[in-house]
Structure formats: structure tokens, C-alpha cells
Design a protein around this ligand. Structure first.
Ligand code: 5GP
Length: 190
């Protein structure tokens, strides 16, 4: 099987280089899957993916989990076409599952300011689940403005704009199988 893993990417006229390669991502997700197997044994959790960004991470993560589990999705508005958040979150799709009394695992691609995950957390808690845990592939922990305890973090990363592996820039780059960051040397304007 071969995935799309170029060394560098030109997106929106800016050059991006690899920050986390395919092996790093896949082996970390395998570890997270084992932790979830252990922590949710006999709990039949419902994974709730936060669309759009989390779709690839969720698909890989669930295939590393071997306990009985279910899946559902929320969809939130995204960054738009910019590299900075609009600071506004809107729900575009609700879940279908009845989550009362169930163990919920919220799956995010990235926690930046924490605004989106707090927004979803409040909605989910109002539905009286038995427990809510958060797993995020990436966490920009120095950027968090809205406190949140992320129970399972794939990678802590610096406060830089990244793309790939489900994360886009102006809608492009989601299909990359690795995480890329702006290459500051290549983008210097002199
Ligand atoms: P927060 O609400 O925590 O500030 O941001 C979370 C959402 O913003 C993520 O689910 C993702 O859609 C988007 N986001 C945050 N940082 C980045 C980034 O570096 N790259 C991309 N492509 N999206 C990001």
C-alpha cells in the first residue's frame, strides 16, 4: 500500500515540509489504540469524530482498537481558508446516537486554542453520558486559551500552522499521509 508522502508540498503558494512522518504517526496511533483497549475494556465506548479534520485519524485509530465500540460524528465549521482561527465555532451536524449513560471518546485532529473541543464537550455533557474522554492527534499546548484536559494526546506540537493527515489549508492537503509545517526558510521574502 502506498500513500501520498512527498518531502515538501506547495499549498496556497507556500512551501511546507514534513513535521511528523508516516511511521511516527502510525506507531503513535497504535500505542493510543492499546491504551484505549485497556481503559475501555467492557465499556463499549462510542467514538465521536469531530469533522472534518478528524476523519483520517479516527479511521486509523479505530482500526487499532479491538474492543467492541461504535462510531458517530459531529461536524463543526472550520478555519475557513485562513491560517488563523476565526474564533467562532458553529455546529453543522449533530450526532445520531443516544449517548445517555454511554462512555464517549471525542476524537479531534488538533487542539489549538481549545475553543472547539470545549464547545463540543459542553454539548455532549448535557446529554448525560456515563463518561467523556478526549483524544487528539495533535495538541498545541502553548496556544490553549480555553482550558481543557486532553486525556490522550498523540503529539504535543509548537504553535505553528500544520497541514496534512486530514488537516487542510484552504481546503487542500487533507490527503497527505503525514503532517507538514510551513518551511520558514523556503518562504522567506527578501
Ligand atoms: P481550536 O478551536 O482548538 O482553536 O481549533 C481547533 C480546530 O481548528 C481544529 O479542529 C482544526 O480544524 C483547526 N486547526 C487548529 N490548528 C490548525 C492547524 O495548525 N492547521 C489546520 N489545518 N487546522 C487547524
Amino acid at each position: 500500500m502506498s500513500f501520498y508522502t512527498p518531502e515538501t508540498v506547495l499549498c496556497n503558494n507556500e512551501v511546507f515540509k514534513v513535521m511528523l512522518d508516516q511511521n511516527q504517526i502510525q506507531s503513535r496511533i497504535a500505542e493510543l489504540g492499546k491504551e484505549l483497549d485497556r481503559d475501555f475494556e467492557d465499556k463499549k465506548p462510542i467514538f465521536i469524530g469531530i469533522l472534518n479534520g478528524a476523519f483520517i485519524f479516527l479511521a486509523d485509530l479505530m482500526r487499532h482498537v479491538s474492543i467492541p465500540c461504535e462510531v458517530d460524528f459531529y461536524k463543526l465549521s472550520s478555519y475557513g481558508d485562513e491560517k488563523v482561527s476565526s474564533g467562532q465555532v458553529k455546529q453543522r451536524k449533530d450526532i445520531d446516537a443516544d449517548i445517555t449513560g454511554r462512555h464517549i471518546i471525542l476524537v479531534e485532529d488538533i487542539v489549538d486554542t481549545g475553543l472547539s473541543i470545549n464547545y463540543i464537550l459542553n454539548i455532549v455533557k448535557q446529554k448525560n453520558p456515563a463518561s467523556v474522554s478526549i483524544v487528539s492527534l495533535l495538541c498545541k499546548k502553548d496556544a490553549i486559551k480555553y482550558h481543557v484536559d486532553v486525556d490522550y494526546v498523540g503529539f504535543d506540537i509548537p504553535t505553528k500552522f500544520v497541514l496534512g493527515y486530514g488537516l487542510d489549508y484552504a481546503q487542500e492537503g487533507k490527503n497527505l499521509a503525514q503532517i507538514y509545517v510551513l518551511d520558514e526558510n523556503s518562504n522567506q521574502k527578501d
